[in-house]
Ligand binder design. Structure first.
Ligand SMILES: [Zn+2]
Length: 207
């Protein structure tokens, strides 16, 4: 599957799985000095490879008729400052609930380690602006995921599949936390407990 075909496939899955409604999310994948990104104004389950523009690392369109996603500056800023090869941004429900009510998602489940532990909420700025890109870049430092205040979430990966699975995990962690808050006070894992998980993962017991 070509990288632009992957954008269509994961765009479709994002809608099917309820992570995105219509055009309210965007995906990109890097190929060397070029980035294929979802276009502005087309629902993510209606994409075809030709509708996905190719831009260079400054945002100039090098192929495609349509305008790249309005969030392209954020994608490019993330590629500049991380080892990401793919990025998924959505307005998923529980991620957005956390991003509108809290300053971070505490690690209440050890799978949070897959995203870098605590997930920070980047400060609010208008969509598509360099300010938002800078805020997200800062929140992502050393992490695979960030939330964006009053907006949504963003995840990165070495492949689009990895970035997409990170988005699913982020949404699951946010849902567990939000539902936990409706029942009681979710216990947050301590540094020691998280360190023990890392230790266990690095040194599994013999078969
Ligand atoms: Zn957005």
């Amino acid at each position: 599957m070509s990288l632009r075909e992957q954008l269509c496939e994961y765009g479709r899955r994002a809608i099917e799985q309820g992570l995105v409604i219509g055009t309210s999310g965007n995906l990109s994948v890097r190929m060397g000095n070029l980035v294929a990104v979802t276009p502005s104004g087309i629902a993510l389950d209606r994409l075809t490879p030709e509708t996905c523009p190719l831009v260079d690392l400054t945002g100039r369109v090098v192929e495609g008729e349509l305008r790249p996603s309005s969030e392209t500056p954020m994608h490019l800023a993330i590629y500049e400052s991380t080892d990401a090869q793919a990025i998924v941004h959505t307005h998923s429900v529980f991620g957005t609930v956390v991003a509108t009510t809290m300053t971070e998602l505490p690690p209440v489940h050890y799978n949070a380690l897959l995203l870098g532990g605590v997930v920070k909420v980047a400060g609010y700025a208008t969509y598509g602006t360099p300010e938002l890109a800078a805020n997200v870049r800062a929140a992502l430092e050393g992490k695979r995921a960030a939330l964006m205040a009053n907006h949504g979430g963003v995840t990165i990966g070495a492949t689009l599949e990895e970035a997409f699975e990170a988005t699913r995990l982020l949404e699951w962690l946010c849902e567990v936390y939000v539902r936990g808050l409706s029942v009681g006070r979710p216990a947050v894992l301590t540094e020691e407990q998280l360190a023990a998980v890392v230790e266990r993962a690095l040194n599994p017991p013999p078969l």
